[in-house]
Every structure is written in C-alpha cells, then in structure tokens.
Design a protein around this ligand. Structure first.
Ligand code: COA
Length: 260
C-alpha cells in the first residue's frame, strides 16, 4: 500500500499512522482523508494489528484541520460530501474494534481535534493545542465535533469552545477530559508505545467488548445498554482467555491471553 499524504508502519502488533503534510501543519486535504480511510480499513481487517497509533509528522502538528483552500471551494452539495467523508473516517476509527491512540503532538484543530476525539484514547504532548475554530471561518465542526466534543467534555464547555473558537493548551484539555494524559513533548512517542503495549497485553475480545459497550451501550436506552453488557460479559465467560485470566490469578502468575 503506498500513500502520498500519510505514512503507515506496522511492528509488533502496533500500526503507526502519521499524517504527513508537515509543511501545511498536516492539514486534512481530501486525499489525506481518503488515504486514512484506506489505511484504517486495512488495520481493522489485519489480524496481526492489535492497536493503532495516529499522529502527525513534523513534531509541530497533529492536524491543523480541514485543508482551508480546498474547503473554501465547497458549496452546498460539496460541503455535504466533504462532511460525510470526514464522518466516514471518524466512525471507522471509533468502531475499529481495536484501540486507536491519538498521539497529539501539536495543533489538533478543527477536523484534527475531531479525528483525535474519534480515537479511543488521547495522549497529548505538553505543547499540544486543541480546539474547534471553525466558527471563525464562518462554518461549524463537520466531522462529528458538535456531537463528540459535547459527549467527551461537559456540555457547557463544549458549547463555549465551539461558539468562541477558543484554542486551548494541553493542561486545559486534560482538566476538561478532552485528553487522557499530558506528557513532555519529547516523551510522547515512548509514552504512547508504552500504553499500546499495555493494551496489547489484554485479552483482545475483552478490549473490543468494552469499546463496544461504551460506544454503543451508552447511546441506547439504559436497560438496552445494560443488556448489551450482559451479553458481552457472557461471551467473555465462554472464552479461553477467561479461563486463562482466572487460572493465572489463582496460580499467582501473569496471564497470557491468546485472543481465543
Ligand atoms: N489548511 C491548509 N493549510 C493550512 C492549515 C489548514 N487548516 N493550517 C495551516 N496551514 C498552512 C498555512 O497556510 C501555512 O502554509 P504556507 O507556509 O504555504 O503559507 C503553513 O500551514 C504553516 O501555517 P502558519 O499559519 O504559517 O503557522 P503558524 O504557526 O503561524 O499558525 C495555526 C499555526 C495552526 C495557528 C494556523 O495555521 C491556523 O490558524 N490554521 C488554521 C486552523 C483552522 O482554522 N483549522 C480549522 C479548519 S476548518
């Protein structure tokens, strides 16, 4: 698979995807979104890949939002297609069935912030800056930001950030729950790989089941969500990894999960 706007490397069960337009602060042109959809579809279907990491090349930006010159050429119909394509990518990432960690190494603005929010977990460098500044361009978030930001952080804060377009620093992103962790800029990749290693050591179906229960169970009526959890819980109890986890505890050793 060869790409123009992104880079993909796979090693030891981790796929590292990097948006690679550093001269444009990794702005998301249409080709970048298409390539990300292609790469994440492959990662979803690749059994050897257990965890994905998404970041931006160049050390200064995760992604500075939709490519503004391209966006400026959109009209009513083009805008809908533009937005649908971004939604397709974010929904794919959110429902990949394996964790995706956003390594937010700099600007995550507009569509960049929206893609980071579609990821399962977010670790930010202490130099990261995040926000939804679309209102300043006469538009609104178009890759799911109005919905995901309002579910991830307190609704009043989401409203304020989107209405003002205010860009926040990493510490504030951590304080409002927009990111899981803030680490020194130079340690970001190491910390992300450490977290990827932790996730790889867990039983894959359990990981998938928690993600499904959180992503879908919380969108259903309460009782339906609880029923989904019961079904997923029961499935884990029928798996070899459940027997292994229980035996390992009783035998006072570390579990070795096989994904079966
Ligand atoms: N789309 C296209 N190009 C972008 C871009 C975007 N969203 N964001 C940055 N770039 C480009 C700049 O045009 C510039 O390219 P050039 O050198 O060919 O002129 C390059 O990336 C560097 O950006 P610059 O603005 O010079 O860097 P800066 O450090 O002064 O400012 C930002 C960084 C992120 C604050 C500023 O670029 C910015 O506000 N970008 C737009 C963010 C945004 O509104 N995103 C939502 C889009 S819907």
């Amino acid at each position: 698979m060869s790409f123009e706007c992104i880079m993909v490397e796979k090693s030891g069960g981790v796929a590292r995807v990097a948006i690679n337009r550093p001269d444009k602060l990794n702005a998301l042109n249409i080709n970048t979104i298409k390539e990300l959809i292609e790469a994440f579809t492959d990662i979803r279907d690749d059994e050897a890949t257990k965890v994905a990491v998404l970041t931006g090349e160049g050390g200064k930006s995760f992604a500075a939002g939709a490519d503004i010159p391209e966006l400026s050429g959109q009209g009513l119909v083009g805008g809908k297609v533009f937005s649908e394509r971004g939604h397709r990518l974010c929904n794919l990432i959110e429902n990949l069935g394996k964790p995706v960690i956003a390594a937010v190494n700099g600007f995550a603005l507009g569509g960049g912030c929206e893609i980071a929010m579609a990821c399962t977990l977010r670790i930010a460098s202490d130099k990261a800056k995040m926000g939804q500044p679309e209102i300043n361009l006469g538009t609104i978030p178009g890759y799911g930001g109005t919905v995901r930001l309002s579910r991830l952080v307190p609704r009043g804060i989401a409203m304020e950030l989107m209405l003002t377009g205010r860009v926040i620093k990493a510490e504030e992103a951590l304080a409002i729950g927009l990111v899981n962790q803030v680490v020194p800029h130079d340690d970001l990749e190491d910390e992300v790989m450490k977290l990827a290693g932790v996730l790889i050591s867990k039983p894959p179906f359990g990981v998938k089941a928690i993600m499904e229960a959180v992503n879908h169970g919380t969108e259903m009526a309460f009782e339906e969500g609880c029923r989904l959890e019961q079904d997923l819980f029961a499935i884990t109890c029928g798996m070899e990894d459940f027997k292994e986890g229980m035996s390992a505890f009783l035998e006072k050793r570390d579990a070795e999960f096989k994904g079966s």
